[in-house]
Design a protein around this ligand. Structure first.
Ligand code: NAD
Length: 496
């Protein structure tokens, strides 16, 4: 039977989460003995004291990962056995869904229903999907002359360092760890300091499933310490990063200053939702636009955070419908299963959003709804829509990463396209039109890694995800992600 709010609160109060890191198949304290406070945005309570890893811990984890890689214990395992282990891991994640969901919700303020149904299930599905791919991906034979056999095989890279953010901790970790392991690599994962708990449990479940010790390690710690040490490590072959552009730049610098490791970057976005003047189903459009920004309190890299509308009349109708929709959008305690939107991850992030709300009115912008600025211990920001935003302003160009959508007017279709493509980003976009040819032509011209037509945020592990321009390079998800964690090798055999 599904738990109600009181039952979740009781469990939260009883929770004593594991807060040590996980290296070589065992929980360990940081070498320095230092910890840092893990504060829940729900009530600002310290829910755990997390082991603060630094260079020494990263060295231990990378050494364990390298030893297992070199031994071949995972890399050379029969693909069918590797698959069985990954599938068991996915099953164990599902078995521990309530515990994992609680950890995720307390750490980052995600509504418990989303943690259960989206984050935990999405993580399990991704691990299962890449597990299933292990014994279904083939290498190639090149069309060489008859007296030769030229094989092209995909080889694992070695030790993968994965550094991930707090907004979808389990899901984004699985997007990196699952294809990396499927290709036979060993992994050291550095979760964000706001969200270490689910990663620590994931690692223990991996061991329970049969992943050999040292193949999957978790080093908790601060970005500047554990994250930097991992990114600079000479034995890390590839860095898989999701996070802010600022840190992404540092990752490239660390790689250049160490061993020129490969770097895959999944960065931010300012994704436009373009509404052309012929849209008929404004109800669907309004509710989808609202979901596209308010889901996860807007803390989504591909959140549809800009509306570009062609035509004043359609804009007024759309905003009226969005206002009506958000009136029914339950905002509140993240442990209440009926809540759709919980608190912002930290007071620091909340204040960052407040800083953008402060700008409203300075250049003719106005709130259509929302706009309140919580202070003190309150991290709940209400759904907000800002109209009259200038395309070149900070509100329209910078990632706010909160439940705030800005509206920019477009004179015509050409203007809408120029504005949609007119930021440093290129992660995602949508176009709304009742003329499928018009929508399709527009979609082809949008410069974004994912484009939705008459919908938003539909996705699955089956399609690649990543950005153009300042949104990064490299793709998570789908079979294409296997390329991120492997190198092609040619073996030419003389048959003559
Ligand atoms: P962040 O860049 O501050 O942190 C991300 C990770 O990097 C964390 O684990 C952090 O500890 C680590 N880190 C921070 N500074 C570091 C340093 N100097 N050296 C090494 N590691 C360091 O980002 P955040 O605030 O945690 O996450 C939010 C950002 O991530 C947003 O900008 C968002 O758009 C982006 N994001 C992008 C995607 C995507 O797929 N494109 C997905 C989710 C989030």
């Amino acid at each position: 039977m599904a738990l109600d709010k009181d039952a979740w609160v009781k469990r939260a109060l009883e929770l004593k989460p594991e807060s040590r890191m996980y290296i070589n198949g065992a929980y360990v304290d940081s070498a320095s003995g230092k910890t840092f406070d893990d504060i829940s945005p729900r009530d600002q309570r310290v829910i755990a004291k997390i082991a603060a890893g630094d260079t020494e811990d990263v060295n231990r984890a990378v050494a364990a990962a390298k030893a297992t890689f070199d031994s071949g214990v995972w890399r050379e395992m029969n693909p069918r056995d590797k698959k069985a282990i990954m599938l068991k891991w996915a099953d164990l994640i599902r078995e521990h869904q309530e515990e994992l969901a609680l950890l995720e919700t307390l750490d980052v303020g995600k509504p418990i229903s989303d943690s259960l149904n989206v984050d935990v299930m999405g993580c399990a599905r991704t691990i299962q999907w890449y597990g299933e791919a292990i014994d279904k991906t083939y290498d190639e034979i090149a069309p060489a002359p008859r007296n030769a056999l030229a094989m092209i095989t995909r080889e694992p890279l070695g030790v993968i360092g994965a550094v991930v953010p707090w907004n979808y901790p389990m899901i984004i970790s699985s997007w990196k760890v699952a294809p990396a392991l499927a290709m036979g690599n060993s992994v050291v994962l550095k979760p964000a300091e706001q969200s270490s708990l689910s990663a620590i449990l994931l690692a223990r479940l991996a061991t329970e499933a049969g992943i050999p010790d040292g193949v999957f390690n978790v080093v908790t710690g601060l970005g500047l310490e554990a994250g930097q040490a991992l990114a600079r490590h000479m034995d890390v072959a590839k860095l898989a990063f999701t996070g802010s552009g600022l840190t992404g730049r540092k990752m490239l610098q660390y790689a250049a200053e160490s061993n020129m490791k490969q770097v895959a970057l999944e960065l931010g976005g300012k994704s436009p939702q373009v509404v052309l003047d012929d849209v008929k189903d404004l109800d669907a459009c309004a509710s989808t636009l609202a979901w596209g920004i308010y889901y996860n309190a807007g803390q989504t890299c591909n959140a549809g955070s800009r509306i570009i509308v062609q035509g004043q009349k359609i804009k007024e109708q759309l905003f009226e419908k969005m206002s009506t929709f958000v009136d029914t959008f339950p905002v509140g305690d993240c442990l209440d299963p009926s809540v759709y939107m919980g608190p912002i991850v930290s007071t620091q992030q909340r204040d960052r959003v407040n800083h953008y709300l402060d700008m409203v009115g300075k250049n003719g912008e106005s709130f259509v709804y929302g706009g309140d600025q919580p202070t003190g211990d309150d991290n709940l920001i209400k759904p907000t829509l800002i109209d009259g935003v200038q395309h070149d302003s900070a509100l329209s160009q910078e990632e706010i990463f909160g439940p705030v959508i800005v509206a920019v007017d477009a004179k015509d279709e050409t203007d809408a396209l120029a504005k949609a493509n007119g930021t440093q980003y290129g992660l995602a976009a949508s176009v709304w039109s009742s003329d499928i040819s018009r929508a399709h032509n527009f979609a082809r011209k949008l410069r974004a890694g994912t484009v939705w037509v008459n919908t938003f945020d539909m996705s699955d592990v089956i399609t690649p995800f990543g950005g153009f321009n300042g949104s990064g390079a490299g793709r998570d998800k789908s079979l294409h992600a296997l390329n991120n964690y492997s190198a092609l090798k040619t073996t030419w055999v003389d048959l003559s």
